[in-house]
Structure formats: C-alpha cells, structure tokens
Design a protein around this ligand. Structure first.
Ligand SMILES: [Zn+2]
Ligand SMILES: [Zn+2]
Length: 137
C-alpha cells in the first residue's frame, strides 16, 4: 500500500512526510482492516511532525481523523462486516480493565494508545484498529 510516513522530527517547511510503499497491515485478534477513504489534518499532526508531541516510534504513519470502509475482519472480530463505513479517532486502544476504562473514561487510561502517535494512523491506503475503537458512520 501507499503511505505517507514521518521518519524523524523536522520542521514542517522541510516537507517531512515521505510517500513510500509498505505491506498492507494484517488485522490482529478483535481488529479490523480499514480501507481509508479520507483522513483529516489537525494541529496534532503539526505537533507530532515538529516534536512538540513526539510519536513513540519512527517511522510512523500519522493521521487520527479517519473515515473508511471495513476491508477485512481479524480473528474474533464481529462488530462490523466487510464494506461497513467506520470512523477512527484519536483514541486507538485502551486496557478495558482500569478504573477509568470501567467508568467509560478510556481517554484517561494510563495504557491508552493514540492513533497516528503510538500506532500507525490514516495517512495510508489501509489501517488497522481494534473494533472497539471504530465507530459506525
Ligand atoms: Zn485532531
Ligand atoms: Zn484502562
């Protein structure tokens, strides 16, 4: 697949995103593979590119305001079917077990992962996400 990746922190004016070919990601257990239709750009990406909110891995695919269609279901994923339209947001995953998660406040989970910062995001043809953090559109 085609993807725009950030390999290192750089000023935005140096055009830091590079278009490369990557293997299509494989959805893991309870995950879905999503064919990206569109992905927004907001200040978060500028912060990430310039290092004010650094991604935790490089290279990384940024982008956390994703709309797309379900392409494939991972093992045991059952909330969606192929072709369903979904949205994926900034929160990509949370533990589901801590006091915040149990109150429905996953955004406060210490172990939460953020789309396009801790895991690859939407500036690509495909992305994977836990079905619990994809939203029907
Ligand atoms: Zn945003
Ligand atoms: Zn949690």
């Amino acid at each position: 697949m085609k993807a725009m990746v950030l390999e290192k922190i750089l000023p935005v004016k140096e055009r830091p995103l590079k278009l490369i070919d990557l293997p299509m990601p494989t959805p893991g257990s309870k995950q879905i593979l999503v064919k990206v239709s569109a992905c927004g750009v907001c200040h978060t990406e500028l912060y990430e590119i310039e290092g004010r909110l650094s991604p935790i891995k490089f290279p990384i695919i940024l982008g956390h305001e994703i709309v797309g269609r379900v392409e494939r279901l991972g093992d045991t994923a059952s909330k969606f079917k192929k072709g369903d339209r979904v949205g994926i947001a900034w929160i990509n995953w949370a533990c589901g077990k801590c006091s915040f998660c149990l109150k429905g406040e996953e955004n406060l989970c210490d172990k939460a992962k953020w789309t396009g910062k801790d895991v690859d995001g939407g500036y690509a043809q495909y992305t994977v996400v836990s079905e619990d953090f994809a939203y029907p559109k």
